[in-house]
Write a protein that binds this ligand. Sequence first.
Ligand code: DGT
Ligand code: CA
Ligand code: CA
Ligand code: ZN
Length: 575
Amino acid sequence: MARRNEEVEALLREYADLVAITGGDAFKARAYEKAARAIGGHPADISRMDADGLREIPNVGRSIAEKVVEYLRTGKMAVVEERRAAIPAGVRELITIPTLGPKKALRLYEDLHISSVNELAAAIEADALADLKGFGEKTQENIRHGIELLQRAGARVPLPPALDTAEEIVAALSGVAGCERCAYAGSLRRMRETVGDLDVLVAAERSAPFMEALCALPVTAEVVARGTKKTSVRTAEGLQVDLRVLPAESWGAGMQYFTGSKAHNIRTRTIAVHQGLKLSEYGLFDIESGESVASRTEEEVYARLGLPWIPPTLREDRGEIEAALHGELPELVTERDIRGDLHTHTDLTDGLAPLEAMVEAAAERGHAYYAVTDHAPNLYMQRMTEEKILAQRERLRALDGTHHRMRLLHGTELNIGPDGEVDWPEEFLAGFDLCVASLHSHFDQDRAAMTGRLVRACENPYVNIIGHPTTRLIGKRPGVDADWEEVFAACARTGTALEVNAQPDRLDLCDEDILRAKAYGVRFAVDSDAHSVPHLAQLRYGVGTAQRGWLTRDDVINTWPLPRLRRFLRKSGRR
Ligand code: DGT
Ligand code: CA
Ligand code: CA
Ligand code: ZN
C-alpha cells in the first residue's frame, strides 16, 4: 500500500469533515469524501503524479488534483491548515460519535465550548445540554449511547505514534531540573501492538515542576486532570498521557507496578502475600513491621520475591512467572541480534526507493545480509516480468558486498494462489536465493480451502517464508480463517519459516500465534517488508512482537550467520 495515498486519503477525509462542521455545503464535503476513498484505494502510488495523472483517478477533479499536488510538493494543504486553525481537533473527534452529525458538533462547540468527547460526556452527565435547542431527551440518550460505542471500540493507538510521543515526552522531562529518572511504562514498555494510553514515570523529590512541564509541552493539546501525584494530558491526536512522579527510592516498585500487565501484577502480588509481604507502587513491604524491604530497582523487587528480573515484553501472565520460578525464562531475541532483513521492496514494484538506495540504507543499519523481494507477476498491477526481475538480479549481483561488505540475496514475494500455487515455474524459482510467499487475494475462502492452500505453499520446495501469514490489518481487517495448528505443523515439517511482519499495522504473525507456532518447532523471519528507506527502521516493532511471542535467536532465521541461513533456505525436494 502506497504511503502517500494513505496520507492524502486521511487529509482529504479530514477536510471533508472540517467543511461539514464549519457549515460548508454538503455536496462539497461529499466530493472530498469520495476523492479520499478513490485515492486511498488507488492501486498506483500517487507520489510522483502530476495534476493530469491524478485527474485520471475516478472522483478526482481539477481543484482536488491541484490540492493534492500542493501537498505532494510542500507537505501541506493550505485549505486544511486554515480550517484546522478555526476548529479545535477535539470538535472533529465529536463527529466520530455515531449519531452525532457535524451540525450538532458545531452547535456544541459554539454554544457550550465543548471540544472533546470527554467534555461532551461530562456535559451530558451534568445535564448542561437541557437548554440547547435540538438536544432533547431522546437526542441526548442517542449521543450517550454513541459515546459508549466509541469508547468500547477503544481509541487504541498504533505503536509508532505512541513510541514517538513517549520518547519525546521522556526526553523533555529528563531535561527538567531535579529529574533523577524518567521512563515510560505501561503497555508501551511491554510493546503491545496497540496502546490505550501512555504511562510516564519520573523519580524526583518535587513533582510540581514536572506536572507543569508536561502541561506546557508542545505535544500537549489538553490537560485532563492535574494533581501532585498524577497528571493526565491529551495530545492533539487524542492520545492520553498519565504522568506520575515518585520518590527515587520507589523507582523500581513504581516501574514494576505501572508496567503491568494487570494480570502479571496480580501474580506478583499474590507471591508477595504468600511471603508475608505487600507489593505496591511504592515498594515491597513487610506486612507486620510495615518496613520497606525492596523498592529502588525492579531487579531488587523481583529478587526479593524469589524471581529473576522478567523482561517487560513477557509480563502478560502467559507462563512467565512459572518459567521464572524454574529458571527457564527465554533469552529473548533483540534488535541487535538481527543480521539481515529478508522481505523488502524497491521501486521496481510498489516500493518508493530504487534498489541502490535501499541497499545503501540497509548497509548503514549494520545488516550483514539483505534480501530484495519484489512482487511477482500474479499481482497484476505491479507488472512484473521475468526480464525485469532478471535485470534487477544483475544489478543486485553487481552491488553485492560493495556497501560495508553486506551480502545481498535476490528473492521475490510470490503470490499464493487460490489453490496454493505460486507464480513462475520451478525452474525459474530455482534461480532465486530465497522466496517469500504471501496471500494477496481470495481472503474469504473457507477454513478447509485456506488451510490446504497454505499447506501446499509450505510444501513448495522453493517457498522459504510465508509472508504476513494471516493478512490481518490491526483494527481494520481480521486474519483469514485457517486451521493454524495444521499450518504450523506443515511449516515445521517442510522447513518453511513464518514471518513476523514488522509493519506496525500488520504485526503478523501476532504474539499469541507466534507462541502457538513455536510449540511446533516452527522457525521465524522478522522482516520489515520495507517499501521505503524509513520503513527499514520498523523492524523494532517486529522484534517487540517476536519477544512477546517468546522468540530467541535460535528461533529467528535472520539472526543466524549467513551459511546457516543458506542451509535453511535449501529446502529438501529442490532440484
Ligand atoms: P493500555 O493503557 O490499555 O494499553 O494498557 P496498560 O497496561 O498500560 O494499562 P493502564 O494504563 O491502565 O495501567 C498501566 C499499568 O498500571 C497496568 O499495566 C498495571 C498497572 N495498574 C493499573 N491499574 C491497576 C490495578 O488496578 N491493579 C494492578 N495490579 N495494576 C494496575
Ligand atoms: Ca497505559
Ligand atoms: Ca494509564
Ligand atoms: Zn511485501
